[in-house]
Design a protein around this ligand. Structure first.
Ligand SMILES: Nc1ncnc2c1ncn2[C@@H]1O[C@H](COP(=O)(O)OP(=O)(O)OP(=O)(O)O)[C@@H](O)[C@H]1O
Length: 735
């Protein structure tokens, strides 16, 4: 990276990431525009003095980091900063001290630079000293790693092909140098001992020692090169896999958290295989042919044939064990994933298990799974040992037979000298050496293959904005929903929801009612774009919601889940999750509105009170208060609430409803799922779900009246028993 301390002067107000994003997308329409919140977060990470004079580069690092993240978010190639503009790679991004962040578009025939900023275009004859420039380059082809785990690994290896070529060259050199040792022995036996040539011995020994030292250096260098690239791959993989996890569409999420985490961790096994020393030994295997060639030259084909035959036999035995080892490795990997799943489930539900006295069931399952994985491991170990013993036996037998054949050739003809025989015996060890490492390699390969299969399962899950090349980022969202021909089914379940036609106009306040399990939450998740319908469409403002960028939906849609889960950290961090630039006073104001201030005031740490993973240590009602307060802080355009007050007492619920009533603007759409009569008061329209989809839909009073008169289905009537009379009474009271 270029020297940066030269960047001085100017104001941060001249760095407009919003404008820059717009221009970049105009230049490369295939780029996905980041959401306003993402841009805002990056903009805030740039200190005010990022390009300010006298600060001697202070603030420049965060600016460059922010721009790097910005380029990454746009899927542009990382900026490669230069100290001079280049006419042949325009347009370029320019950080101009005293001017700001600009785009250089062209150079006029008079030699002036045409630059563009948020307030328009201008010409500059020269740039201020200390400016930095980076070309804006979109990737030549979309990243290949989105399809499968294998494609991701392949792309990462391909990107580092230069390093592997270097490693292969180092292997070639190391093996050529290894030849020197065997040829040295030959010269000592044939030339030095018969002639007592001590001077020759000293020269030869010095030469071969140098060769051996060189071999060591080359091997160390090779190992360092590979280690460096493996570390880089490791960071890349873990980042991409986590990103993939974050992108999985919610209806695709596997039911077992433990199994999913085990699958995600599989990459560690693959990484272990890629970085294993045994793999590097395998690189030496092709050189066996070189050594066989030298043996052939020194002793003839009959001697060279012996290590060649044993090489083939050892290889065949290794491959024979491959299938067995692979089979057990696969089932051991599956068992270990399921063990982790069971472990996570047990820890998460420890309280319920204890209360129900069902711990022994988990223990039985644990023991069964454990037995499977221990048996598989034992079998793999046994096969590995057997294969290793066979390989060792092959090496010894090859050595003995080679010496015997060589001695026979030497005794019956003058084609082979004693020195030649010694050299051949050393080289035969080199031929069979890599085969000795084969069993270990097979075991690691089998585990890596099973792990890859596991990871592939995660990669086969559909992501948000699945198959949408360029997710839409509309300027605003009004909240006009149109659902047509919708069908939704959870994997392995009967159809959960069918909605032929549903229109919710922008600004409507809708409550969804219905019996337990009728699909209310599912419908809300479909309206939030968290789930994609199996068939039919959910249109938001006339756009297919699945085509709107997920980050954009998260920014504009306030979704409050039925079961609130909190993140490990502080209360403040939970209230601010995904948000930035919110002042403490604003947080406290929101807390006062919902009544969360009581929790803040009761704790000596206030907003910094610690929250454990999943939110344990906070009551159900408090969790809902936290979720609601956070929702108020996000100031969404559309409100989707799934039983937001179900765990609250009446007073808290009343306060929350007042807060909601004040926060939701008349032109904003609000859809609530509820069993609570109090919440219905906020709605002007009620939708009742039955077993077959929407059974009633209309203005609140009309629907309540219908429900009181007689409900279409018995099950529905039961669900309405609580809601209807109380809500109707409440409305009568009001009237
Ligand atoms: N993740 C899931 N995997 C499989 N089936 C599910 C899943 N979530 C819900 N279901 C099933 O889908 C149906 C509808 O569930 P949903 O949560 O939408 O109902 P609901 O009307 O919101 O119920 P409740 O009033 O109890 O909250 C139920 O039969 C439920 O068992």
């Amino acid at each position: 990276m270029a020297e940066r301390s030269g960047i001085v002067s100017a104001e941060n107000s001249n760095i407009h990431l919003g404008w820059l994003a717009q221009r970049c997308v105009a230049l490369h329409p295939q780029l996905a525009r980041p959401s306003r919140r993402e841009i805002d977060t990056l903009q805030r990470s740039i200190p005010p003095n990022a390009l300010v004079s006298g600060a001697e580069g202070e603030g420049v690092e965060p600016l460059l980091h922010a721009l790097e993240a910005f380029f990454g978010r746009l899927a542009l190639e990382a900026p490669k900063w230069r100290e001079a503009p280049a006419g042949d790679v325009l347009p370029m991004l320019a950080l101009l001290p005293g001017v700001g962040c600009r785009l250089i578009f062209a150079r006029t025939p008079e030699g002036h630079w045409l630059i563009e900023g948020p307030s328009g275009t201008q010409q500059l004859s020269h740039f201020p000293q200390g400016s930095l420039y980076a070309p804006i380059v979109a990737p030549r082809k979309p990243s290949e790693d989105s399809g499968s785990a294998f494609a991701m690994f392949k792309a990462a290896l391909w990107a580092r092909k230069g390093i592997f070529v270097q490693a292969a060259l180092a292997a070639l050199l190391a093996n050529m140098l290894a030849l020197a040792a065997s040829l040295y022995s030959m010269q000592v036996y044939d030339r030095v001992i018969p002639t007592q040539g001590i001077a020759t011995l000293i020269v030869l020994t010095s030469g071969v020692l140098m060769a051996v030292v060189l071999e060591l250096i080359v091997k160390m260098a090779r190992s360092n090169i590979l280690e460096y690239s493996v570390t880089g791959m490791d960071l890349e993989f873990s980042h991409k896999i986590f990103l993939r996890l974050l992108g999985i569409r919610m209806d695709q999420f596997p039911a077992s958290v433990g199994t999913l985490s085990a699958q995600l961790r599989s990459y560690e096994t693959i990484r272990g295989f890629a970085s294993s020393a045994t793999l590097y030994l395998a690189v030496d295997a092709p050189f066996a042919i070189l050594f066989l060639g030298v043996i052939w030259m020194l002793a003839g084909i009959e001697v060279a044939a012996i290590p060649a035959i044993f090489f083939v036999i050892a290889l065949t035995i290794g491959l024979f064990y491959r299938g067995r080892i692979a089979r057990h490795a696969e089932s051991a990997t599956t068992a270990s994933s399921r063990k982790l799943g069971l472990l996570v489930e047990t820890v998460e539900n420890a309280e319920s298990l204890k209360a129900m006295g069902a711990g022994w069931q988990q223990l039985t399952q644990w023991d069964i799974l454990n037995r499977h994985s221990v048996e598989d491991d034992a079998k793999i170990r046994r096969y590995n040992e057997q294969a290793t013993y066979y390989a060792g036996f092959m090496q010894q037998a090859s050595y003995i037979l080679l010496v015997a054949a060589g001695a026979w050739v030497a005794a019956t003809s003058s084609d082979l000298t004693t020195g030649g025989l010694v050299a051949c015996s050393i080289l035969s060890g080199r031929v069979l050496g890599p085969v000795g490492s084969l069993p270990g390699l097979i075991v690691q390969w089998a585990h890596a293959k099973a792990a890859l299969g596991n990871l592939e399962k995660v990669f086969s899950l559909k992501c948000d904005n699945h198959a949408v090349a360029r997710p839409l980022v509309p300027e605003s969202l009004r909240g006009d929903y149109l659902v047509t021909g919708l069908n939704f089914t959870y994997t392995g379940r009967p159809e959960t929801l069918a909605v032929k036609h549903l229109h919710i106009a922008a600004g409507e306040k809708v409550a969804i009612l219905g019996p337990v399990g009728s699909g209310k939450s599912t419908l809300l998740k479909l309206l939030a774009g968290l789930y994609a319908p199996g068939s039919g469409r959910v249109l938001l403002d006339g756009l297919d919601i699945q085509q709107i960028a997920r980050s954009h939906l998260s920014e504009h849609l306030g979704y409050c889940p039925q079961e609130v889960r909190l993140l490990a950290g502080t209360l403040r961090a939970n209230l601010m999750a995904g948000l930035s630039g919110i002042e403490e006073e604003e947080i406290l104001r929101a807390c006062r509105t919902t009544g969360l201030d009581a929790l803040v005031a009761a704790h000596p740490k206030g907003l910094d009170l610690d929250i454990a993973e999943g939110g344990s240590g906070v009551s159900g009602g408090q969790k809902q208060l936290i979720a609601l307060t956070r929702l108020l802080l996000t100031r969404p355009d559309i409100w989707l609430l799934d039983e937001p007050t179900s765990a609250m007492d009446e007073v808290t619920e009343h306060r929350s409803l007042v807060a909601l009533r004040n926060a939701v603007k008349p032109n904003q759409t609000m859809v609530m799922v509820t069993h609570r009569p109090a919440l219905i008061k906020l709605a002007t329209r009620l939708i009742v779900l039955g077993a077959t989809g929407i059974s009633l839909d209309g203005p609140r009073e009309a629907v309540l009246e219908r429900l009181r008169q007689g409900v279409p289905q018995a099950a529905q009537a039961q669900a309405m028993r609580v809601v209807v009379p109380t809500a109707a009474r409440a409305m009568k009271d009001r009237a």
